[in-house]
Every structure is written in structure tokens, then in C-alpha cells.
Design a protein around this ligand. Sequence first.
Ligand code: PEP
Ligand code: NA
Ligand code: MN
Length: 627
Amino acid sequence: MARGIAAPTEHQELIEWVGDIAELTQPDEIVWCDGSEAEYHRLAEELVAKGTFTRLDPTLRPNSYYAASDPSDVARVEDRTFICSRREADAGPTNRWKDPAEMRAIFTGDSSGAAGTGGEKSGPFGRPGDGGLFRGSMRGRTMYVVPFCMGPLGSPLSAMGVEITDSAYVAVSMRTMTRMGRAVLDQLGTDGAFVKAVHTLGAPLADGRADVPWPCNTTKYISHFPETREIWSYGSGYGGNALLGKKCYALRIASVMARDEGWLAEHMLILKLTPPRGEARYVAAAFPSACGKTNLAMLEPTISGWSVETVGDDIAWMRFGEDGRLYAINPEAGFFGVAPGTGQHTNANAMKTMYGNSVFTNVALTDDGDVWWEGMTEQPPAHLTDWKGDDWTPDSGTPAAHPNARFTVPAAQCPIIAPEWEDPRGVPISAILFGGRRASAVPLVTESFDWQHGVFLGANIASEKTAAAEGKVGELRRDPFAMLPFCGYNMGDYFGHWVALGKDAERKGDRDKLPKIYYVNWFRKDADGRFVWPGFGENSRVLKWIVERLSGDAAGVETPIGVLPAQGALDTDGLGLSPADLDLLLTVDREVWREEASLIPAHLETYGDHTPPELWAEYEALVARLG
Ligand code: PEP
Ligand code: NA
Ligand code: MN
């Protein structure tokens, strides 16, 4: 049935692959998405008719929808996320690994080898009746073919993919989050390279079975085949598990492409910072999930004359240009942000971005047909329908929105989107920031001595598991480069890739063109457990020091852990910080740092002989400086 359908492309490999997947999954119908507005509206109508979408009041929030997921399908499932490299060592100790042929057999019933193995195949996907989770998984449903481009169309830094999905929610979300549709097929031509991404809800409608608003399966697999650049996702409709261009492609698969091709695919925001006088600078920053990347990307500076504009809020693809500088693009076209905690005071620009053309998932519904979540306003409405569909009042004692409720919005709607955010050349990065949530030990901002020392700082990113008392280092959860859930290969080899890029630049005489690397911590607490730094818009003061360091206009003092702002160099005018507060934020306690350093060997040993010797050398140098 699937073969010979009228495909709007002459790309034979693509046509054959779509036919093979249709034969495997047996959908009722195949729709090639063109990415048009008319198509978006048609699919949204269908989702409204099915009960997946509720249209919001168009006078309050035009062209916007509310969706509630199945209560079991609300977040990424890291324990069901697999890297199926041929060799287990290539997945590394921090990923879940499965042999590609074994995973292929689970999906298709074909145990003769296939995706990711390069082995002999008995047929594209085994024989009918062999079993396998994807076999017949789209029965009774429509299969959408979603061609997408990560990055501006036609940019040498961009790359393409095609997602096959049986979820219309995924198809409409991919239109917001990526450049999607006919223009991508045109770009692919007859033989362009693309990543193959297959997604099924795992909820076939056999024999007239009725559908539900949010179909999914209790069995879930989010599987990546790095060698063949494939993604197979089963059983979830949730963003990070199902919108395969984002975490699965732009980070896990792309990190492998980047290793092989000499570039970087990173879990980083990109922002543009313009001082009152002097040139604009571009900054990339990696923080673990829920450490405020979207807020920093859309920051409203509190210092006069400075402005911030947004290039991206979650992912950066970066490549060295012929001039030796590192150029970054945001591979995404939308923001898929956490709603709770987002409000006028924390992120006014995000609030403006989602004025319309938005999809809200697992937030609460107001009685007048708009959305609400914790933190949107100080006073909650007197009555809501919560994310589970139940009546809610401020006395209910449960959150009205799920803590991981999300907004899906076009990036172009951000009032401070940088005009060059879609520049096919990317933007030249001057500084890279790393950071995590640390109540203790870690100063507000530290400048690395050089690239390699900066790589060491990135490799050691950590957040405290429990709120630690000042002067005591808590139990640390390491999240190197904020890539722990997203690196598609051995994290030790990934460290080595970062080290090697620095050495390449040095060899070419481009050492001074490398971005400077910083470590920031907005989350320092005092002995009473109070956040010492006000954060949010005031973080612009730290960005100011960083930019002034780049131009040689701000003083720093060398400490054993890096260069900190010299006394008076950080603009804290009007913040009302006490000398004790400043001391806590901007001094290094050697005793505490000896303890901090003592935790590093166990972390580096995690990766065995994949850990580059340069990081051990950085550790030894740190210990020597601490004395
Ligand atoms: C996601 O879960 O889909 C996602 C974007 O993840 P995070 O916000 O944790 O980066
Ligand atoms: Na998540
Ligand atoms: Mn993220």
C-alpha cells in the first residue's frame, strides 16, 4: 500500500525509506507535510476535534491551543533513552547502551541485523508477522512525513532530517520548533543527506478501537543509532521524546556528527550583548536543565545603556570559520520552555513571545479560556481547571500546572530576538559560560586561565543534590557541559574533542581568537540559606564584567581556581550588598576548595582511559595552586 504513493520529492532514498516504514508500521494514510499555515490550521482543527487541543479564547491568545498529556507522559525519560553504538565503549559509562541489532529486533522483529550494524538484511525490516514494537504500530492512524532543517535553510552550519510520526501534535509542534516542509524537500533535492527519525505513539487503533486525546504507551524507547544517524522513538508524545529534531538530533546525533567533522553541538543558549559604547558581543552559555537558560537568553539588563538580544535559548551548533573565530547558529526555530516560574518578573520577554501562535502543554486552563501556571502571576485565579482536568482553587494543595508544563512558541515572536538570529553565517562567539546550582564554594564568576582550563571547568559542572550549608561541599551531581543526558557518545571522548579543538586553534596561531571561558554561579547561599545574589536581570552585571574583560577594561585577580573580579571591578551599584555578601560571592576559600578538588578524581575516573590526560594535568595544577 505504502509503496508508489505520490511523494512530493524525487529523492529516491527518502521515498524508499518512507515506503519501508509504512510497510512496517501500517498506517491508514500517509501525509507529506508541506509546512504551510493552511496545513497547520487543518491539523490543529483535527486535534481540536479529537480532544487533544482546546482552542484558547482568540481575543486573549490568538491562534493558540492547550493540550493535556496523559499523566504518565510528562517529561523526557532518561532511563528509557538508549545510545545504540556498535561498541558499548562508544556510548560510554553515562549513557544506556544497547546493541544496535538487538534494539533493531525489539523494534522490527528482524534479528538478522540492520540499523546501526551495517550487517546483512533479510529485507528492509524483516518478515511480516515477526513481531517487533513498530510492526503495525500506526494501524488506524495517519503517518505524517515531516521534512525539517536544523538551522537557517541553506546555511553551511545547518543540517536536515525527516521525522516520520503518527502524531499530529508532533507535526504541528515541529512546524514551530524547526524549519519544516516543502522548502526542506527542495533543499534536499534528489540526494541530499538527512537524518532518519521515526516516531510512533505505540497506540494503534486496531479494529475500530476509539482514540484518546493523548495516545501513548507505557513501554517507551528513545533510541539513537549514532553510526547510521538514525533515531527511533516509541511510546511517548512528550516534547523531548517525540520532537526528534531537538534533543535527539540537535544534541545526541549532532554531537557525534560534530565529533566526526570537527565542530560542536552544545546544550547552550546564545545571546547578544551590546554595551553603551563599543561593539556587540555574542555569548554562549551551558547550564543544566532548570538553571535558567531561557531566562538568561531573554534577560532585561538592569544596568543602564546595556542591551541583551536573544539568538537561542537551548542549543548551539558551532564551527570555526576561516578567520579562526567560532561561529554559532541556533538550530531551532522555536522555544520549548518550562512554563511554571515564567512570569512578568522573571522573564517578561518570554511572556510577550507567547502572546499567540502558541501551544501550551500541561498548564492550567482559566475559566475565560486562557492559560495559567504557578509563577505567571503573584495571585492565582480563584478557579482553574488543572492540568489533569480537575477543578482547582488556591486551596487545592496541588500545583495547577505540572512542574514540567511547557510552552511551544515561534522564536521570531520574541520581542528581543536579535536581527541576525537567522544569519546563515552564524554569530562569532566571544565568551562561553558554564554554570550550575551551587549553594556553596563556587564564586559568582570565575574566568578560566585558558581554553584547556575552561574545558576542565565545563567537565566539572555540578549541582548540589541537597542544599548544602555554607562552608561545606554537598553531594554533587555532575553534569559535564550540561550534556549528561544529551551527549551521544562517550563523555570522556567528548572532553577530548573539546581539548583537541583548542589545540587545533593553537597550532593555527588562532589561540587569541578562541572564546574566553567563564564559570558562573547565581545560586550562592549564606549561612541562613538566603540567596546572596539577586539573579535575573541583575545577572547583566556579571555579563558586563565579562565583556569588559574581553576588551581589557575590567580588573581581575588571579586565584587558585581562576581569575575573579578585582575589588570594585564588578558593578554592584545600588544592589545593597553587604561587605560580607560580596566576600561570599567573590572570594575563594582554600580549605573549602581543597575539599572540592578532592571530589574531582572520582569524577574523572568515571571515564577511565577515555578521560584526556590534559584534564588530569589541569587537576594536578589546581591542587598545586591550592597548596
Ligand atoms: C525537553 O524535555 O523536551 C527539553 C527541552 O528538555 P530540557 O528543558 O530539560 O532541556
Ligand atoms: Na524535561
Ligand atoms: Mn535544554
